[in-house]
Design a protein around this ligand. Structure first.
Ligand code: 5GP
Length: 206
């Protein structure tokens, strides 16, 4: 948590299969006062996924009603499913003083930026296209068609890296987690976050 009270908002994007969820889970485990936002999605839960843990799984109708009600900070249609970040959930965490990390796609990150939210945006890249392809094939029971679709989207997504503030190459998990963590810690050390703490220290000098 920053000593200015309100938490900081981090955005992490990466092509599907670049390992961002694992990376961010490790980051959050190792970093006090940093919470991962739980997205809403209209897609069906995969085996091993739990409602209210991995995502808030909702029907497409419920999701669309939330869009109409302006409930999302950002949302996107990806691979035919809807994904979104609740504005109220995010606000609640930030207000409580914890920092929040949104793991969202490139379109979602653009929406957050367009809303003028103050964020630190981090792009995670796989070391190469071939590595991404191997990871996608290795991890999933996706059909060849689904893999090709993800690779096609990945080609477009990597081109968006220059819209982000920081870049992390996920070559080796532990090292990549450390690089992500160093970004969070550096943001927390910014003067705007440390001013109140600094002022109270300065007072002890008088
Ligand atoms: P998956 O279905 O594999 O869990 O996620 C597919 C994609 O949706 C990933 O690239 C993931 O980052 C993205 N995603 C997950 N939650 C959200 C969200 O709340 N907003 C947006 N824009 N993308 C999301």
């Amino acid at each position: 948590m920053s000593s200015r009270g309100r938490g900081l908002l981090f955005v992490v994007s990466a092509p599907s299969g670049a390992g961002k969820t694992t990376l961010v889970e490790r980051l959050v485990e190792r970093t006090p006062n940093l919470k991962m936002s739980r997205s809403y999605t209209s897609r069906a839960a995969r085996q091993g996924e739990t409602d209210g843990v991995d995502y808030n799984f909702v029907t497409r109708e419920r999701f669309e009603a939330m869009v109409a009600a302006g409930a999302f900070l950002e949302w996107a249609d990806l691979f035919g499913n809807l994904y979104g970040t609740s504005a109220a959930d995010t606000e609640r965490i930030l207000e409580s003083g914890s920092d929040v990390v949104l793991v969202i796609d490139v379109q979602g990150a653009r929406q957050v930026r367009r809303r003028g939210a103050e964020t630190t945006a981090i792009f995670v890249m796989p070391p190469s296209f071939d590595v991404l392809e191997q990871r996608l094939r290795g991890r999933s029971k996706d059909s060849e068609e689904a893999i090709q679709r993800r690779l096609h989207v990945a080609r477009q997504e990597v081109a968006a890296f220059a819209e982000y503030d920081f870049l992390v190459i996920n070559d080796e998990l532990a090292a990549a987690v450390e690089r992500l963590r160093s970004i969070v810690l550096a943001e927390r050390a910014r003067l705007k976050c440390m001013r109140a703490a600094a002022e109270s220290i300065v007072e002890t000098f008088s």
